[in-house]
Write a protein that binds this ligand. Sequence first.
Ligand code: AMP
Length: 649
Amino acid sequence: MRGRLQNKRSALHEETAPMPRSVAAVHAESLHNRDAFWAEQARRIEWKKPFKQVLDYSNPPFAKWYVGGTTNLCHNAVDRWAATQPDARALIWVSTEVDQTLEYDYRTLLAEVNRCAAMLKGLGVGKGDRVLIYMPMIPQAAFMMLACTRIGAIHSVVFGGFASVSLASRIDDAQPKLIVSADGGARAGKVVPYKGLLDEAISLSTHKPAKVIMVNRGLAEMPMTPGRDEDYGALCVKYDGATVPCEWVESSHPSYTLYTSGTTGKPKGVQRDTGGYAVALAASMETIFCGKPGETYFSTSDIGWVVGHSYIIYGPLLAGMATLMYEGTPIRPDAGILWKLVEQYKVVSMFSAPTAVRVLKKQDPAFLKKYDLSSLRYLFLAGEPLDEPTAQWIAEGLGVPVIDNYWQTESGWPILTAQMGIEKTRTKFGSPSFPSYGYDVRVVHEATGEELPRGEKGVVAIMPPLPPGCMSTVWGDDARFVKTYFSSIPGKLMYSTFDWGICDEDGYYFILGRTDDVINVAGHRLGTREIEESINSHSNVAECAVVGVADQLKGQVAVAFAVVKDASRIASPELRKAHEAEVMKLVDAQLGAVARPARVHFVTLLPKTRSGKVLRRAIQALCEGRDPGDLTTIEDQSALQQVRDCLAT
Ligand code: AMP
């Protein structure tokens, strides 16, 4: 059957064997009959060459899914549907920032992706090369991601809200041959110019990309570097009508890397495979997100985050759905915009974050009733803890079930969630329900590694192998993958989520916050160490501590305590204010506004143990008005008083 696609008949939803009808039964089947379960799921996508082995787990904790199989993510997301439903809507782009709407059906999406693939190839990008995408929420970003996977290049999307230092560290780690960017993004009516940040990042990085493709939206200055920078518009003319065949890659071939924050200042490149990811997403679209070909899916996330990768771009397209890509905020032109879009495009599944709902909660609730939402089956919320009042408010306001799902950049798809496509289970407010099939989730004691009985709080861990779709390693650093994720549960090779959790008597899980120094600001995951490094680079800062503090709107915000070198610069309240603004500006410039602390307090020393460890948890407790616990280990108690004094002002 050379040159023919295998499993063609089984590609469509209707043709896959129905799953057993209970979530518990499917979960048990996925763990106890793992190979058969995932072999069946693999029929959801098209393979060029069938796999020989479902899982190679000969080198724990590294899991290789669908060994020997070749496939292509772009083929499964675009070409396959362009052949069977060319006129069906594929990508709908709505920008309330520039007041523009564009629609692409599968035929035109394929043409755009082909053209971008031709550009990349024409500029020397090939299989395995990295392409860094630093772009706002515009269709060209989606075309470029798909064009990369089409030709076997590895994309690395960097969130447009990050600034030059964050970007430079990612350029150095990914070593891209080419970068794609745009003149600017827009947020709440304000233009965010990208080119200056990009040029500065390239000047800071050791690695220099050979080429940069710039999309000109007419929003901001875009000075071009001759010989390096290429204009997207001119390339479109040059490659108009070009077609590029899909590169059939091994299932384990990296499709992309996505950087995420951890406990060190250096972000980790989460590496994803091709075959396992495609299968996991395709399965999740039916079992978790309940979408069908031809229907519309709407995720309000950003392509810079994992939700954007999995559920703006790949997931909906793998399911033959239309994906709605939105550039704008939930409250402009008014707080009804999201629901207006649901009505207009007959959205069936919508995915957002608790923060967006908390923003809407401050607006007139009449907006929730203004539009016809009868197409909407579910609202999925993820990325941060979903508090009960928020969940209740939106569920009642919209009259649709709200599904909390819990996952991480590392997992790529939900770890804990209701799976309404399998069984309509009851949901409990505050709980993302049960483990998804394939995830062997345990709650373990942080010091002994022992599994805890139901009702007891512990660390949420996953017994490997991790299911298809999860990260395969840290880009370029297998040792870091093992050390970071599989070495913290005593005595056991288990994946730690670094989240506290509890499983109740009914088997429902509750997530209770991070065990490490990662904070979650409006659903954006940030490492406090990265922010500390940035503040420490200020010439008048000797050292600092950054903690995450509970916030009603954003979930958490960063608060910094900095030790200044020259105290005369903070000698009056006015000087302090000015100095605080200066430090915030520095963080904005280096990391981006998403990382800006809500407050920067100045002190002369930090609360530390005798061994020099900064007691961030005690600082955090004080900031949140909680009991800071045992403080006898603090070497100089006056440091605590300084923290208290700062908070009192
Ligand atoms: P990220 O990798 O940016 O998606 O962040 C993952 C982290 O966000 C998790 O480790 C959790 O701390 C938090 N998180 C994600 N989803 C949820 C949820 N549904 N409930 C509570 N915390 C969540």
